[in-house]
Design a protein around this ligand. Structure first.
Ligand SMILES: [Fe+2]
Ligand SMILES: [Fe+2]
Length: 284
């Protein structure tokens, strides 16, 4: 399968051999909508400072969705940190903004979507808050598959910096069918050209499968050593001939580089800065 890529920070054109039609996707990540009210009374104090600092972000997301409704799209991909914490008010606001568009909106969570400031925990917190995020993921939080225009789009929640055995199995099973595949996920894979700018910005390589991220720093960022399934996931993607692209966010700056001879990883600039990427998959 021949695949070609051309891009800017706000666009991508991806040629895929064997496609019969063009597919247009808008990628938005890291909008960080931050609202809270008495329904989440126990967390109001911890969130107030964030809400003040991020007061315009729900308006930005609403406007971006309104503008997206005027574009000729097949679907929208939201790759996490769409809300800044899992308050009822943030989920409701994001859902109402999304309701302006009449194309499918695929969503996977980021590390913020399920985390209230001050709470300690990792996968157990994510498991606890996934139900609250149901209006966004529609009941398929850990992974989901959508086929659009002859491409399979796989959503995988990697927001704990790990891929578990079930997620790995899901990815391997669907890659094995040979169809052109696009992965939508929150945290980018560690790539040689991405490590350095990420460390500059965040003082740590907060990426998936990073080969040199010290355990003390991993612990501070809410993860541990890479699970065997996480490393297997990274190797699987590196060798996947039918993987076309990965779209992700998390680090709040744009970056684009190859994962393997066919696949490119597109890291999106943050939605809270009104940034998005319009992507066209075209027949070659
Ligand atoms: Fe983020
Ligand atoms: Fe994130």
């Amino acid at each position: 399968m021949r695949v070609t890529h051309t891009w800017t920070d706000e666009t991508a054109t991806i040629g895929v051999e064997g496609l019969n039609q063009t597919v247009r996707m808008l990628h938005i990540t890291d909008s960080h909508v931050a609202l809270i009210d008495e329904r989440d009374g126990a967390h109001v104090a911890a969130c107030e400072r964030h809400c003040q600092r991020m007061a315009s972000r729900h308006g930005t997301f609403h406007k971006m969705m309104a503008e997206a409704s005027q574009l000729d799209l097949d679907f929208i991909a939201l790759t996490g940190d769409i809300i800044h914490f899992p308050s009822q008010a943030s989920v409701e606001n994001a859902r109402n903004s999304i309701a302006q568009v009449d194309v499918p909106v695929l969503y996977t969570a980021g590390n913020h979507d399920w985390h209230f400031p001050g709470l300690k925990g990792r996968d157990e917190l994510r498991q606890a808050w996934w139900p609250t995020l149901k209006p966004l993921h529609h009941g398929r939080a850990a992974y989901a598959r959508h086929e659009i225009g002859g491409i399979q789009f796989l959503l995988v929640d990697n927001s704990t910096y790990q891929i578990n055995a079930q997620q790995l199995e899901f990815v391997k099973t669907h890659l094995a069918n040979g169809s052109p595949t696009v992965l939508l996920t929150h945290i980018p894979l560690s790539l040689p050209t991405l490590r350095h700018p990420t460390i500059e910005r965040w003082k740590a390589p907060i990426l998936i499968g990073d080969p040199d991220w010290a355990i003390e720093s991993r612990d501070r960022w809410g993860t541990g050593d890479d699970l065997p399934s996480t490393l297997d996931f990274v190797h699987t993607l590196a060798g996947a001939v039918n993987l076309v692209a990965v779209f992700c966010g998390h680090i709040h700056f744009p970056h684009t580089d190859s994962i393997n001879p066919n696949a490119v990883q597109y890291v999106g600039a943050p939605g809270y800065d009104s940034k998005s990427r319009l992507v066209e998959f075209r027949p070659l």
